[in-house]
Ligand binder design. Sequence first.
Ligand code: ATP
Length: 296
Amino acid sequence: MTILSLSNLTKRFGAETALDGVDLALAAGERVALLGHNGAGKTTLMKLVLGLIPASAGSVEVAGHAPGSAIARGLTAYLPENVAFHPSLTAREQIRHYLRLRGGDPSEAGAILEKVGLGAAADRRIGTYSKGMRQRVGLAQALIGRPRLMVLDEPTSGLDPVSRGEFYALLDDLAASGTAILLSSHALSEVEVKTDRLVVLAHGRKVAEGTLEALRAEAALPLTVHLRPRKGRGTALAQAFPEAREGAGRLTLTCAQSEKMALMARITGSADMMADFDVLPPSLDDIYAHISRRAA
Ligand code: ATP
């Protein structure tokens, strides 16, 4: 089932086109990452999805409803990039308050805070919380009412690696229960493994969309191969691979995807000179830089 549907979505601010003809669909349970440099149009897209600003052209539908309508708002949760809460309230008081506002049961606050790892700190004032803890209060707030669509603006900025892992585990649970998740991020290495699909925006246009594998294949960037020589065989190995660069006790070479098998055969043929080797596919950062350059 399609939860979010954008069709030819366009937003102009005076002479500036912030979003230009974007089509996008999110099915229930799908996790989609929105990538793009500063000013690419990510926040504008999110504001349109939330119905905070009107589109100049095109349309947005949230489960078939107009963005910002009472039904769409009831189905959507939003976590802004910088969440601000009243510093003198405890997390429990804050979440109870939100539950009341959304017509929920305030006694559920404890269970929601437990879910985001704030059970033990629930009765401390938010003013004493670390940035990561405040981010979790934001997520707790977004979990209220079992949203069908969750929109998260750079949700993991400021979180340490362990907290990021826990955060994505929560998103996995939500997605498994059918919530569609649209998140923006600059942390490419994490969205690489934590989302189902990537959408790259540049100057308001969608310039790439697909799984990481699909984008990797489309970019056709070379692989990097490291060869580590056996003791005393460094010179022989360097002669066998004259195109390689030497450094850090190993040889480094790059190889087009189409020549991978031929290189493997050469590596196998020189196995007696090698202690080890590694084949590194292009990273998401490489692919992203390639797509951005192409778009420019
Ligand atoms: P960042 O990663 O820095 O948050 P972004 O991808 O979210 O960037 P947007 O905030 O959507 O980018 O901005 C897209 C473009 O639209 C920018 O050129 C920005 O200056 C412009 N823009 C956004 N909001 C307004 C506004 N209210 N008035 C005029 N221009 C705007």
